[in-house]
Design a protein around this ligand. Structure first.
Ligand code: PAZ
Length: 334
């Protein structure tokens, strides 16, 4: 048994898995028949419980900025978006108004009769109107489907479930895997049932989470356009690590594709977006089997409130469209 199969056999699936899969099937079918491509965005950090009745967890830094902002740009680009995000992490649209700023959005106007009227702070009107307009369009078109996870286990079961449900839509699906997924966990059989005692020093024995990219691109959804993110803190190793990841999972062994590819077409099937923790909002490197290209933000762009995700998404959309065109039977050598 592969180590990922063992993982899924031993850990508990989320109770809503079946329901999520049927929601995805209906969402994807209706948007594909309306001619929309689909992007599956993952976002936020996974939580690893230390106990069965979990009081303590191992967590990570990610609050889901990249995922939530990318969703807005994918929606603008005409995609139908499935957003698998950590509960409580940032969400598209509302992320523009952090909860600590919410009271600054509003103001009380004093009326002549001594009462007050609540109104939007004039200096926030432009931003709020822009976001509200986008939000309303998305609500009307139904192009955003939100799914929550909390633990590493929920995330991985849902990742597999959503990927399998989308597999029938072939190259018209993009996977955009921005979640920060734990590399280590405590298997169910080793997790203590109750709260770990604080009377002795704690020694944790964590095991490695199986690398799910392998079954993802080989078994669950082999014909999708796959984008994964690679995060490091050491600039000296990032490029090597990202290239290793690309080589290892890159990707569709072409035997899986039923039609023959035109030999002249340079088909990019897998992109690794590499980023450094400290500079991730300013620069990323897009790595494909044939290219390594930086996307970066100038200081003036950042000062103007522009976001790197807008450029990343535009770049990926172009590659995805080429991928779809190259994957169509008409592009094949018959
Ligand atoms: O959530 P965020 O915006 O704070 O951070 C985004 C990110 C750094 C988690 C993402 O860009 C990323 O690199 N995700 C993959 C992490 C990894 O498993 O290597």
């Amino acid at each position: 048994m592969a180590n990922w199969d063992e993982f899924f056999a031993k850990e508990q699936a989320p109770a809503n898995l079946k329901e999520v899969k049927s929601t995805i099937n209906a969402f994807a079918a209706s948007h594909r028949s309306a001619g929309r491509d689909i992007v599956f965005v993952t976002s936020g950090g996974t939580r690893v419980p230390l106990e069965e009745n979990a009081v303590r967890f191992i967590d990570n830094f990610s609050i889901g900025t990249r995922g939530a902002s990318s969703v807005e740009y994918f929606l603008e680009q005409g995609y139908a978006v499935i957003f698998l995000h950590r509960q409580g992490s940032l969400q598209p649209f509302s992320r523009n108004f952090p909860s600590h700023d919410i009271l600054d959005l509003l103001q009380l106007k004093d009326l002549p009769d001594g009462s007050n009227q609540l109104e939007v702070n004039p200096c926030k009107v432009a931003k709020l109107s822009k976001v509200l307009k986008m939000y309303r369009q998305v609500r009307v078109s139904g192009t955003l489907l939100m799914i929550e996870f909390n633990s590493l286990f929920e995330y991985l079961f849902l990742l597999r479930g959503v990927a399998e449900s989308l597999a029938c839509h072939g190259p018209n699906v993009m996977l955009y895997l921005a979640a920060a997924v734990s590399d280590f966990y405590i298997p169910s059989q080793s997790r203590p049932q109750h709260k770990i005692s604080s009377e002795v020093p704690l020694q944790l024995n964590l095991v490695q989470v199986p690398k799910m990219m392998t079954p993802l691109v080989k078994e669950w959804i082999p014909r999708a356009f796959t984008v994964s993110f690679k995060l490091e803190t050491d600039v000296n190793i990032i490029s090597k690590k990202a290239r290793q990841s690309l080589a290892k999972y890159s990707h569709q062994n072409f035997a899986n594709i039923e039609f023959k590819l035109n030999a002249n077409i340079n088909l990019v099937v897998k992109v690794v977006v590499s980023n450094i923790l400290q500079t991730r909002k300013k620069t990323v490197v897009m790595i494909t089997p044939t290219q390594e290209r930086a996307i970066w933000m100038s200081d003036s762009e950042l000062e103007a409130g522009q976001e790197i995700e807008e450029k990343i998404v535009a770049d990926l959309k172009e590659m995805h469209q080429q991928f779809i065109a190259s994957s169509s039977p008409r592009a094949s050598n018959t």
